[in-house]
Design a protein around this ligand. Structure first.
Ligand SMILES: [Zn+2]
Length: 434
């Protein structure tokens, strides 16, 4: 009874706070903090997830298991209520990882600007492009042009559509001429635009595959399709306005709450609550209709234009939390008929990643490993596009810096991503029947 009463109270209070301070464009994160808690039991973990849902907490490390830390960002006006909420569930021993998020953003942007000024003159080819720094949309577009020109015999660049604000979305395709059928792997990055490490990692990975003889077998063994920068509108926003913007930019600037969560907008188990939210101000808003977002609709149409099951694997790339998640993601205890094969491949990827720098990537069904998310890319690629090996990666870190991962971790993270994908390629190749 008591917990029901507390839940009701929490819901009412958070709705009140949500209306006053919904997820809107934020120019400054002054006074925002990142807190760390370690739930010690399943019960505490579930209560934390519940608090997260009603208070619309922005987790930087998702709550996974009892004994594992979770981190989340706290608005200045949320502190007192959250402190009380955490005390109520016995988590009063939280730590403050970051005392001022804006201070870190300002410091990182200054360092990135200085570094980019110094390295700009060397960014002239795929091999001399600076992979140790984050690049704004214009430079990612330039990189795609360079790849298409320098490797024009094996590479094609397709425009799959435009974003809400009219920016082109491109896919790069690497194919070898072959008389035999070959496996095909599809990857995307940056559906959540603040997750800068995702684009930085796929750029690094493909540079290695194109220019490092150690990884040329990856190009020889399978065909690759990838979209390095999906939510370009949002990415522009993170460079010029709100660094931690997550959603698309649909609805236009006059709407009170802009954008939809692209990873809740796919036409697979769409709008099932609590895996998404009907509230346009929520960071997990599922949109007015399934595939309402240009970015999602164009990508879905592109994948489907090849036919069901055309691809052997699909990886959608996110950060942060160091996870590999596979279907089903929309509902707890929903087990797919390919569960064993998915777990087998996920374990191989996690092992391969650990072997690089010792980083631990937890893997499992999305709904049980973190919490249910409906309308996700991964459930759609599995359920609708019939791509058995469908996984979502959550790259570094485990919540320390979250989406503000320092640039000196780009290359080590990229090396891990590369080895994880190489393991997937090996698995797909071994199990390929043509
Ligand atoms: Zn994400």
């Amino acid at each position: 009874m008591k917990s029901n009463w507390i839940n009701l109270l929490l819901t009412c209070m958070s709705i009140a706070v949500g209306i006053a301070n919904g997820i809107r464009r934020i120019d400054s994160y002054a006074g925002y903090q990142v807190w760390r808690v370690v739930p010690s039991s399943i019960d505490q973990l579930k209560k934390l997830v519940n608090i997260g849902q009603v208070a619309q907490l922005d987790f930087w490390r998702e709550p996974t298991t009892a004994g594992s830390p979770a981190t989340f960002m706290v608005r200045p006006d949320q502190r007192n209520l959250l402190d009380t909420n955490l005390r109520d569930i016995g988590l009063e021993d939280y730590e403050i990882d970051l005392s001022d998020v804006q201070a870190l953003i300002t410091e990182q942007m200054a360092a990135i600007t200085n570094h980019r000024k110094a390295s700009r003159s060397t960014q002239r080819s795929v091999s001399t492009f600076d992979y140790s720094i984050y690049h704004p949309p214009s430079e990612v577009y330039e990189w795609m042009d360079m790849v298409a020109q320098e490797f024009n015999e094996t590479t094609a660049k397709h425009q799959i559509g435009v974003t809400y604000e009219g920016r082109p979305i491109y896919a790069l395709i690497f194919e070898r001429e072959s008389t035999q059928a070959r496996p095909r792997i599809f990857l995307d990055a940056l559906i959540h635009c603040r997750e800068w490490i995702t684009t930085a990692s796929v750029l690094f990975m493909f540079k290695e595959m194109l220019t490092n003889p150690k990884y040329s077998h990856m190009m020889e063994d399978v065909d690759w399709y990838f979209i390095p920068m999906l939510n370009v509108d949002g990415y522009e926003e993170t460079w010029t306005g709100d660094r931690l913007w997550r959603k698309t930019k649909s609805n236009g600037p006059s709407a009170e709450c802009v954008g939809t969560d692209g990873n809740r907008n796919w036409d697979a188990f769409w709008s099932i609550v609590p895996g998404s939210s009907p509230d346009p101000c929520s960071s997990i808003y599922h949109g007015p209709t399934a595939a309402s977002e240009s970015e999602v609709r164009n990508l879905a149409n592109y994948v489907q234009s090849f036919g069901d099951g055309y691809f052997d694997a699909y990886i959608t790339t996110h950060s942060a939390s160091q996870l590999i998640l596979y279907p089903y993601i929309y509902k707890e205890n929903e087990i797919s008929e390919d569960d064993e094969a998915l777990e087998e491949a996920a374990k191989l990827m996690s092992d391969a990643i650990r072997a690089v720098h010792g980083k631990e990537y937890v893997y499992g069904r999305g709904s049980t490993t973190i919490y249910p998310a409906s309308g996700s890319t991964t459930d759609w690629t599995y359920e609708v596009a019939k791509i058995v090996q469908s996984h979502a990666y959550e790259l570094r870190d485990t919540g320390e810096y979250g989406h503000l991962l320092p640039p000196d971790q780009i290359i080590p993270n990229g090396q891990e991503y590369l080895e994880g994908i190489r393991a997937l390629k090996d698995y797909v190749l071994q199990n390929f029947s043509g």
